[in-house]
Design a protein around this ligand. Sequence first.
Ligand SMILES: Nc1ncnc2c1ncn2[C@@H]1O[C@H](COP(=O)(O)OP(=O)(O)OP(=O)(O)O)[C@@H](O)[C@H]1O
Ligand SMILES: [Mg+2]
Length: 503
Amino acid sequence: MESINLALSMQGVSKRFPGMLAVDNVDLDLHAGEVHAIMGENGAGKSTLMKIITGSFSDYTGVVKMGGRPVALHSPAAAKEYGIGMVYQELSLAPPISIAENLLAGRLPAGRLGLLDRKAMAREARHCLSEVGLDVDPFKTVEELSQHEAQLVEIAKVLGNRPCILIMDEPTSALSQDEVQRLFSMIRHLKNRGLAIVYISHHLPEVFEIADKVTVMRDGRKIATKEIHELTPRSLVQMMVGQDIDEFYRHREAKSGWLVLQVNNLTRLGFFHDVSFELHSGEILGIAGLSGSGRTELARSLCGLDPVDAGQVFLENAPLKPANYPDTLQRGLVYLTEDRKQEGLFLRLSVRRNVIASIFPLLTRFGIYRPEKETAVVRRWSETLGIAAASPDVGAGTLSGGNQQKVLLGKCLATNPEVLILDEPSRGVDVGAKRKIHEAVMALADSGAAVLLISSDLPELAGLSSRALILRNGRLLGILEKAELSEESLLLAANGHWEPSHA
Ligand SMILES: Nc1ncnc2c1ncn2[C@@H]1O[C@H](COP(=O)(O)OP(=O)(O)OP(=O)(O)O)[C@@H](O)[C@H]1O
Ligand SMILES: [Mg+2]
């Protein structure tokens, strides 16, 4: 019975990178009409395992069978041919070109005289977009879209190849709760249409909601595959990390010291309007809001990456020059981007170069560069955040997604900022690493820095923040005080269901 809907079967599959066995002798069966979650710590080999069956590596060993016969998946084209599609952890779209061109890459309809047939293109693109329920102008560029919309375009692009297996690598790490639900209904729909779906995630509640089966990986090996109803969150985490771990947040007093950052009536037309608040030393101030509420746009304008139309920001009582990030950075305000691939990390440079990227001049004394200082800084942050890299000299691009995130955070923390704006700091990191990141952020605040925290992870937001601003449609609705902070109150407030409990 089982084998009737067997879509793909891996037998003894391995993949070696220089100096490490990333996937070690893995057997895995994928069935049509099933959502199969793959879980495991950062660097466990999840993405690599899936990249094997999407043809990213020509040198894997072992056998992959489809329809009972061995298939050679040694190139992306071959994998596509066999109906295997993947939505990557880091989206693969080209931001500056139009949605239609991204969607139809390689099969653009030519009209008479070989010119592009824009009408046909629009029709075709709209058809693809309708499959994922997205109604946008196909001639917009991808960079004009929100992360969620860009992801839907990416999914539409993959579905355009009519896959029988669809792999999603951490598809919800950039989504709000609403968007996650919309993605889930689409996944259910695709599953009912008979696709085999692989779902890689670090998010336990999501896995329990959407998955039929779970495979756990650790150190490149498969630990087990279980039906979801055989598991509890606790037993699953145990399998992942090999030990018991509790997910509680250390209680942190809502401390606050002197005024560090004052934001007065800040407006960027079309993004956020008339936003005013104060940030004090020692404080972790959360921002609750759905994606699209203007959270990231506010952060980017605050730190001078984007312009403002009105209002002012004072850092230590002196105004910040608008739209001047180098100046802001120099004055001790640092922004951790939510978009680590586009603007956060130098993927070709080493872990070491990335960690010290923002403090390079500080490592010089009397005009002489001090490599021992550099080594100490890099070691400190690698250890504090648990960056798993063979050595600090390997390229950042060769690290697993979660470890890249830790490098990015290390780069920010190494500047010893006075104000740190975190945009989705624990995106894509595993439970253990998340804890380390939280400890590091709390330690920074304990030392007197002020932290502004944007996070779609509500337990994280509720657990770390001393207060939370509520942002909705670009407007600041109010502030939730520590005593009122909970996952529920944050969710309600972000959705506009909130009455101020105090005037
Ligand atoms: N291109 C590469 N070159 C060298 N090593 C690599 C490369 N890609 C991955 N690795 C290594 O292979 C191991 C497995 O990485 P992989 O990306 O599969 O982990 P993962 O389980 O997806 O982790 P995460 O949850 O952080 O995304 C890691 O040690 C990683 O550093
Ligand atoms: Mg990964």
